[in-house]
Design a protein around this ligand. Structure first.
Ligand SMILES: Cc1ncc(COP(=O)(O)O)c(C=O)c1O
Length: 365
């Protein structure tokens, strides 16, 4: 772990609880499964899982058996579903840790049955994303291979944030699968964050939001979380380590891609792409220092970058790379658009070996 004080993430667990409650209000489903895979999208799986459960989540989801085991090691006893494919070793770990598993294909249903392990199983059906899951025509064979009624049956929506017609087609196909087979009391689920917010027809027995738990907008690089009643949970901060004067024509950082057009001040901040502050932001992002937006000058390097400054800016000043300061805000959606990516990758890409995380409840419960 890094020595504190260089670059840090502040995670507001009150915001996570608030977002869970907001999503529950928007959902018709009796249950909510909080998706905390990938270390809770870079926010820290264990504290976020606890906050989500305290906010009203009924269960959790992760991508791998290892992620589920981390929750169990922390003493979290809530139901946990593993979305990802599991090898025989992965299935044994899931049984040991009491994690529910996904059957993605007929061979995976067969492997689960052959393991002889006492596992909760959710069948995953591919209704159009063409990534994971049983083709609708394979569901009968998977049920036969499994040899019993699954505990859950689910699908994943490819574009609930952007294409209502394609989403409608996926849901119609899912409905036809649910009607065609004897699923008994299996829990049906389909809605990611976008489905939870905008497609009531996807709610079924349980919604499965991820990105919105963190107060981030499901559109990825656009949209205002506040317009959906969501509160961003993570702020990324650093400090001004040096202030220097640039003469006209002097360049900044590798490649000298920024040249000072006139005499100006520049603040060096010890955050770089090794921390997860992406190099694609070079020359494009802004940060807040002393309550004002300051353009990033030139390239982001591995451990540092440089922002425009003025005489107000002092060594030691707080720099808000993501989050709020003095009434202004830099949102993950803005950084994503500027870096040519999505908010998911902005927070998930933070490097926990370098970015110290602290937890607070600054927005209350
Ligand atoms: C199967 C499944 N369900 C739900 C989610 C949550 O999606 P989102 O973060 O868009 O809400 C994911 C995330 O990728 C997923 O893979």
């Amino acid at each position: 772990m890094e020595v504190p004080g260089r670059v840090w993430a502040e995670v507001d667990l009150g915001a996570v609880r608030h977002n869970v409650r907001t999503l529950r209000r928007r959902s018709r489903a009796p249950r909510l499964m909080a998706v905390v895979k990938a270390d809770a999208y870079g926010h820290g799986a264990v504290p976020v899982a606890r906050a989500a459960l305290a906010g009203g989540a009924d269960s959790l989801a992760v991508a791998t058996a290892g992620e589920g085991a981390e929750l169990r090691r922390a003493g979290i006893r809530a139901p946990v579903l593993v979305f990802g494919d599991l090898t025989p070793e992965g299935l044994r770990a899931a049984a040991r840790e009491r994690l529910a598993v996904s059957a993605h294909s007929v061979p995976s249903a067969r492997r689960i049955a052959a393991s002889g392990l006492d596992l909760e199983v959710h069948l995953k059906v591919d209704t159009g994303m063409n990534r994971w899951g049983l083709e609708p025509g394979e569901v009968g064979a998977a049920l036969k291979a499994l040899g019993r009624t699954p505990d859950g049956v689910y699908t994943h929506l490819a574009c609930a944030d952007s294409d209502p017609e394609a989403t409608g087609r996926q849901l119609a196909l899912f409905d036809s699968v649910l009607a065609a087979h004897p699923f008994g009391g299996a829990l049906a689920h389909a809605a990611n964050s976008a489905g939870t917010l905008w497609h009531p027809g996807s709610h079924y027995g349980c919604v499965r939001p991820g990105i919105a738990l963190y107060g981030l907008h499901p559109a990825g690089d656009a949209g205002d979380p506040a317009a959906e009643g969501l509160r961003p949970a993570l702020a990324l901060k650093s400090y001004v380590a040096a202030v220097r004067r640039l003469e006209p024509g002097e360049g900044v950082s590798y490649g000298l891609t920024f040249r000072a057009p006139e005499p100006m001040l520049a603040a060096t901040v010890p955050v770089g792409y090794a921390d997860g502050y992406r190099r694609a932001l070079s020359g494009r992002a802004e940060a807040l220092i002393r309550g004002r937006r300051r353009p990033l000058l030139g390239r982001v390097s591995m451990d540092a970058c440089v922002f425009a400054a003025d005489r107000e800016v002092r060594v030691g000043d707080e720099v808000v790379l993501l989050g709020e300061q003095g009434g202004g805000a830099v949102r993950a959606e803005e950084l994503a658009a500027r870096a040519g990516t999505i908010n998911y990758e902005i927070t998930t890409g933070l490097n926990p070996r370098r970015v110290e995380r602290s937890y607070a409840d600054v927005q209350g419960s």
